[in-house]
Design a protein around this ligand. Structure first.
Ligand code: GLC
Length: 412
């Protein structure tokens, strides 16, 4: 029964236009194509419609910029009420887009889609391969100067308002944002969403990017927010590994990809905070640590970058809540169980963390996380995210990645 509902959600959120086929994360609240949401959608589609799965990724990569960047949002639809919409970003080509990227999970998801139907996937993947490679190169060349992956906007990390970014955002002047109507506030309880002060700063960063014409050299040198993140680094390492594995099957020379993965495995050492005894985000402007064990750190297994200290944090953080792994340390003062990325549990993060457990041979942990994620969905529906203590439903409903994660993993 849940399988039928999940498939109906993916079909219901499917938007097929002249420009291609894409899935909105959820109707109304998020009316466009989002980068990592689409990668998870493809994984979900691969359980019952492989052609549709590939088309999701193909449509996303059709919006790739000339420099290789794949934007975090693609504005296929005018959706005039959305803020910040295409006119605020002032970015993209034929199809307007946002000006930043999002977690590069597409190669990891493409590999799973390919495995679901090896025969059909070969030609589709062969066509996508150079585009994925160009995107991975973009990350290495523009965001990895410190050795690890950095983000120029909290939204680039996908974990929009997690406390990891507080230290970097403190240096951003949000005055001058003026009045504006946020789409999320009209539709979701304000107590579950980022505050106005945070939002003003997000908009200041968008303005900075637009004013420099999204010139990467200027952004890397001068954007008032620039933080290195273990979570993004682990995701990119894993994506390099997955792309390399697919490249080998396609007969490609993957030396460059192997080199990138090795370089990041060295570089991520710069994000080990000895005082915290954990992987930690770092403000590259001030040099300050975020000082928080976030869900990004829990992706270390995904990349094979685990350390014994992280096992202790995992056990501690997991036992402090009831369902799955929270988006932020439940024992830290910044923890808020219902506010977006400051505590709630996110189904797609659980799925990524679980892929890491599988890689590390932690089958028991993977099973526990899968069962807890399934319970959240069975109890509260296909919601955007959940309260990790009592499973209360949060954010948008009939959510694409929740349905996808159910079909491909949690409901298995
Ligand atoms: C929010 C999330 C982001 C996601 C988007 C669409 O902005 O923080 O990770 O991609 O919504 O679901």
């Amino acid at each position: 029964m849940h399988d039928d509902t999940a498939r109906a959600i993916l079909r219901g959120n499917d938007r097929t236009t002249d420009g291609g086929a894409y899935t909105v994360p959820t109707d109304m609240l998020y009316p466009f194509q989002w980068n990592w949401d689409s990668a998870f959608a493809a994984w979900g589609f691969s359980t019952f419609d492989t052609d549709r799965a590939w088309r999701e990724l193909e449509t996303l990569f059709a919006a790739q910029w000339a420099d290789g960047m794949v934007p975090h949002m693609v504005f296929h639809d005018a959706a005039p009420g959305y803020f910040p919409g295409p006119d605020v970003w002032g970015a993209g080509g034929e199809v307007p887009t946002s000006g930043i990227s999002q977690p590069p999970v597409a190669a990891t998801m493409a590999r799973l889609v390919w495995e679901a139907d090896p025969e059909a996937g070969r030609t589709r993947m062969a066509a996508l391969y150079p585009k994925l490679l160009a995107w991975h190169r973009w990350w290495m060349e523009t965001r990895c100067g410190s050795g690890a992956v950095a983000v120029c906007h909290p939204w680039e990390s996908g974990r929009d308002n997690c406390p990891d970014w507080d230290v970097g955002l403190a240096g951003v002047d949000g005055s001058g944002a003026g009045d504006y109507a946020r789409r999320d506030e009209a539709q979701v309880d304000g107590a579950q969403r980022p505050t106005k002060q945070e939002y003003d700063r997000y908009l200041a960063l968008v303005r900075f990017g637009r004013d420099c014409g999204w010139d990467q050299a200027t952004i890397v040198a001068d954007c008032p927010f620039y933080m290195a993140d273990p979570g993004m680094t682990f995701i990119l390492i894993r994506a390099h590994d997955d792309l390399a594995a697919m490249g080998r099957s396609l007969g490609q020379d993957v030396t460059e990809l192997e080199g990138w993965a090795a370089a990041l495995r060295d570089g991520v050492d710069s994000l080990w905070n000895p005082e915290l005894g954990a992987w930690d985000a770092k403000d590259l402007r001030s040099g300050a640590w975020a000082g928080i064990v976030g869900s990004g750190a829990l992706l270390c297994w995904l990349a094979g970058c685990e350390r014994p200290e992280m096992e202790a944090h995992l056990a501690r953080m997991w036992d402090a809540v009831t369902y799955g792994l929270p988006s932020s340390d439940p024992e830290a003062p910044s923890f808020e169980r219902k506010r977006y990325w400051r505590g709630p549990v996110w189904p797609q993060m659980n799925a990524l963390i679980a892929l890491g457990f599988l890689r590390a041979g932690r089958d028991w942990d993977e099973a526990r996380l899968r069962e807890e994620t399934a319970t959240l969905i069975e109890t509260s529906g296909f919601r955007e995210y959940f309260d990790p203590i009592d499973a209360a439903p949060c954010g948008g409903d009939s959510f694409t990645w929740t349905a996808a994660v159910w079909l491909a993993w949690a409901g298995r």
